[in-house]
Design a protein. Structure first.
Length: 579
């Protein structure tokens, strides 16, 4: 028998490709844990996950009610407030400013850890007796109806956004100004209905476009001015459906499209949707990255299965929305501005480190299973704690007491199968249908309840209260008093209103009033963004002037499902055609 010699590098190679096959305890699908994942879990001191990545995302997002807002009263001052916690939920809810003040003491209801109960039971109790902040809206001015936002000014119904001014009905909008109905945009001004676009000015209905001005209906265009219905263009002016015109001819043709009327916009939108199908679609928008999979990523190194993240990302997996310095972060939504070693976190970071199962935890180190805590160190199962050290279930300990108790609690949680996993879904303060989980994985009430999620029956909003049925074709016919009227959404029948600042925007841009409610408009924009799911596919390029013979052999992971009609190209084929 010939003995086979292994060099040490053989072992290293073998270790790299070693995969652990696990079966998801919820959906029963098989999922892999790579050796690299294993090292991460080891570093965090947690066991391998029992749920697959999609089910983990679902269990994380039930802690994020991003867009469901209620009118209710502050439990302390009785002041009318806007809140993400419904008035019929069992929680004590404080006005945001009152919650942040020193007028109340989060330690008042602190609890001793009871080793005869699970951690989840006790954390659930703590969340019910300790006041919660009505809304997550930091450092903002005149932006009451905005949630999971920071540094906002004069903005309205805008969510998961940062640093906007005069922005309405937008999501994942960063540093935008004077814009309406935006999704995943940055540094745009005077824009309307933009999706995944940056640095645009006075443009409407653009997708995946950068630095474009005075344009309508663009897909994947860069540095273009005065273009309508164009795809894959670079540095162009006066193009309509990818054909060049003189400025005079362009003006004439643009006027003929009647983009100041609803029917003109609808007609051009339909033509653009058709035209867009023949454009070249890059498999993913991954820019200045190394070894990354996902979509809309910039500045990443070894980022996997992640979406909408930007700048200084190292060893990140299963994260969505955020960036600006993430190191060793797995399973996050809305994480960034400095987060090192984070796992199962939501709206967490701001110079945080070693955070496990943290929701709305900013500037905390060694924080575990905590909800809305800030600038603290070594906290475990806390809520509403600020500027504290060594706390468990909102009770203060000395350092040595804390360290001993923490060890015992982790052992207790390990035994119950709680440690290193998200808390049981029944203790999230939200119904499934109020949260982002429902957006990613829509369920019926029965399905949600059978999986252990809660359900909210009394969702906000009305139907049948409309005072006006006909909505004018052009904005010049609309009187000031329209802001007193109630409309019914043409798609879902829900009632909605037009606010004064919004009316002023439509007037300045000569845009007709919308006939759909903000939620349906948001859903329509979401459908223009690819899903946060990856499929393995082969480049579709068969161009003869490229270096490949026949079909390009390059494989990639893409958000374009295999049955979609678009031409999806690898980076090289895309670059040789478009630039
Ligand atoms: Zn699963
Ligand atoms: Zn609607
Ligand atoms: Zn190719
Ligand atoms: Zn090619």
């Amino acid at each position: 028998m010939g003995a086979r010699h292994h060099s040490s590098s053989d072992y290293v190679e073998a270790a790299k490709i070693r995969l652990f096959m696990n079966t998801c305890t919820q959906c029963k699908k098989e999922f892999t844990v790579t050796d690299q994942d294993s090292l991460f879990y080891e570093k965090m001191g947690v066991p391998h996950p029992v749920l697959c990545a999609d089910c983990r995302r679902q269990h994380l997002l039930i802690w994020r009610n991003q867009r469901t807002l209620y009118s209710r009263k502050c439990s302390a001052t009785n002041k009318p407030i806007i809140s993400i916690f419904s008035p019929d939920s069992p929680y004590i809810v404080y006005d945001r400013d009152y919650w942040w003040s020193a007028a109340w003491d989060p330690f008042e209801h602190g609890m001793d850890f009871d080793f005869s109960k699970t951690f989840a039971e006790q954390f659930n109790e703590l969340l019910r007796i300790t006041p919660l902040a009505a809304i997550f809206n930091g450092n903002s001015e005149n932006s009451l109806y905005c949630n999971h936002v920071g540094s906002m000014k004069n903005s309205y119904l805008t969510f998961a956004s940062w640093g906007d001014e005069n922005v309405m009905y937008s999501d994942l909008s960063f540093g935008d100004k004077d814009s309406v109905d935006m999704l995943e945009t940055g540094d745009c001004q005077q824009c309307y209905e933009l999706v995944q676009s940056n640095n645009c000015f006075d443009s409407k209905y653009c997708i995946q476009s950068e630095r474009c001005n005075n344009s309508w209906f663009l897909f994947d265009c860069k540095d273009c001015d005065n273009c309508i219905g164009c795809t894959n263009l670079r540095h162009k002016q006066y193009y309509i459906f990818n054909k060049p015109y003189t400025p005079e001819e362009y003006k004439k043709r643009a006027a003929e499209l009647r983009l100041d009327t609803r029917s003109g916009i609808e007609k051009t939108k339909r033509e653009f949707e058709e035209f867009k199908k023949s454009a070249i679609h890059k498999y993913a928008n991954i820019i200045t990255c190394e070894s990354c999979t996902g979509d809309t990523l910039t500045g990443g190194q070894n980022v996997r299965y992640s979406f909408a993240l930007r700048d200084e990302l190292t060893d990140v997996a299963y994260c969505i929305n955020g960036g600006r310095n993430l190191i060793d972060v797995y399973d996050g939504y809305g994480v960034g501005f400095g987060l090192e070693r984070g796992y199962l976190c939501l709206d967490t970071g701001a110079n945080g480190a070693d955070n496990i199962a943290c929701f709305v935890v900013w500037g905390c180190q060694y924080a575990y299973y905590s909800y809305n805590c800030h600038s603290s160190f070594e906290i475990f199962g806390c809520t509403g704690v600020r500027n504290k050290k060594h706390c468990i279930l909102n009770r203060q300990y000395t350092q040595s007491e804390y360290e001993q108790l923490k060890k015992k609690i982790i052992a207790h949680m390990r035994e119950a199968g709680e440690w290193g996993h998200l808390p049981s879904p029944s203790i999230s303060p939200f119904g499934y249908n109020e949260t982002l989980a429902h957006e990613y994985t829509p369920l019926t009430k029965e399905q949600a309840i059978s999986l252990g999620f809660k359900w909210q029956d009394a969702m906000p909003g009305t139907t049948g209260r409309e005072t006006l049925v006909e909505v004018s074709e052009i904005i010049t016919d609309v009187p000031d008093l329209i802001v007193n009227e109630v409309f019914a959404c043409r798609a879902c029948k829900r009632n909605y209103r037009i606010v004064t600042a919004e009316l002023a925007f439509y007037r300045s841009k000569e845009l007709p009033l919308p006939t759909q409610c903000p939620q349906c408009r948001y859903d329509a924009r979401r459908s223009l963004r690819n899903p946060h799911t990856l499929w393995n596919r082969q480049c579709m390029c068969e161009l003869e002037n490229h270096s490949h013979a026949g079909r390009c052999p390059v494989q990639f992971e893409t958000t374009y499902a295999p049955d979609r009609p678009e031409k999806v190209y690898c980076e090289t084929c895309y670059q040789s055609e478009i630039i």
